[in-house]
Design a protein around this ligand. Sequence first.
Ligand SMILES: [Zn+2]
Length: 510
Amino acid sequence: MKSFQQLTTFAIAIIFLTTSQLSLLAQKEDLYESKKHLLEYLSNINTINRFGLISDAIWNYAELGMQESNSAALLIKTLEEEGFAIEKNVAGMPTCFVATWGSGKPVIGILGEYDALPMISQKPLTPFQSPVVDGAPGHGCGHNMMGTAGVAAMIALKKTMETYKIPGTIKFFGSPAEETIISRPYMVRAGVFNDVDAVIDNHASSDFSTSYGVNGTALISVIFTFKGRTGHAAGSPWNGRSALDGVELMNVATNYLREHLHYTHRLHYIITEGGEAPNVVPDRASVWYYIRNTDERVEAMYERVLDCAKGAAIATGTTLDTVIVLTATHQRHSNKILAEAIQANIELIGMPEWTEKENNFAKALQKELGERETGYPTEPQKLSAPPAIQVGGASSDVGDVTLIAPTATINFPGIVPGAVSHHWSYVTSGFGSAAWKGLNVGAKAISASALDLLTKPELLQQVKTEFVEYMKERPFKSFLPQGAQPPLEMNKELMEKYRDSMMRRMQVVE
Ligand SMILES: [Zn+2]
């Protein structure tokens, strides 16, 4: 049933539709009511529990990038039940999907991730290291909360748009394998974001915040494979040419290279193939590199690392057999006007109220980690200017999206302050009531900001104008080489090794 005030607002809107200025006022009035409607739906305890349970289920699946079949299926099912149209297998990736509702302009996009990290399995809400399954993956970056927050925001938006007859289209971009920075560059290449006017991204955090400007590093993820000649390592080593020597010498060369790279760089690798036994000269060896720097420097840095590989091949009498770029992305360039609109919603919504039990757990975990025992924060962060000097850091494949459409990221709370990302302490705190409340305020900020973009054409226009001006200086060119393909087999064996034992030991809230 519509309230009397809602009906009155509707009537006022009809009466004044003929004069544009007054209809804008009516629209603002409608915005107030519709945002209230949106936030009320998300504040309902059944809504909080519904999405909390979805987040915990994905936490339990803890599926590695490109193998997130259960996680993607759960989010798809949730959206399908609410009437969203689903496009599956997007950009050639089986766990990539787009959910759409509505019609016409504007088109507002919401991003969501759901992949886990290897080796960091951990029991929930346990303030000391204790894996559920030894060596298995775990959600060490809160992506279980993030995909869920995005889906909750979509459903809230759809209900409000229907109720208030708000025109436009909303799209959820189910984005696999963020931890290996895979999906978004390929989604961008496939044109998935071409008709989108603005995009709202989200990340789990201990803070409630947003930011603008350039952030993090661009990344080229590449596997170098050397080919040698096998031989008896003791009987006739002079007949062999060790591919592992090629890898090792390359690594020595890149470690010398570090001194002469700009301080914005990051460079790290793992050896993925290095032979099977010491007494057989390995004729095949591979090393996987993450080459990171600013957008301006990353391609030149890649060329220098490639030279290290070529030099190592010559020195060891091996050949550089293949150089396979798995993915490549830009730095993040977040839109300032969109971030300011998001900040207003963050301040409107505020931090969740944490219980004593939740704060006691947070303090116990902080004590174990040697951090200050503060519990959860009570106030959102202020919007701060980006750092004047770029000093490197992590990468996100959201980077490419930020250069295709105006984008900003909402960091929402729920993770214990001091918990370390990509570490068991993050896994343990991304589950249960505090995580549920955190992702809930995240969903509120995402959907309220999307609603602002849908209902305030002048705001969306400002966001887009800033983007168009910014892009004049840096026309987008993908760092993906021609012919690059998403590595669909990535993590397959690892996931198959652990999936059954993880499913047998699903954790539930007590
Ligand atoms: Zn992450």
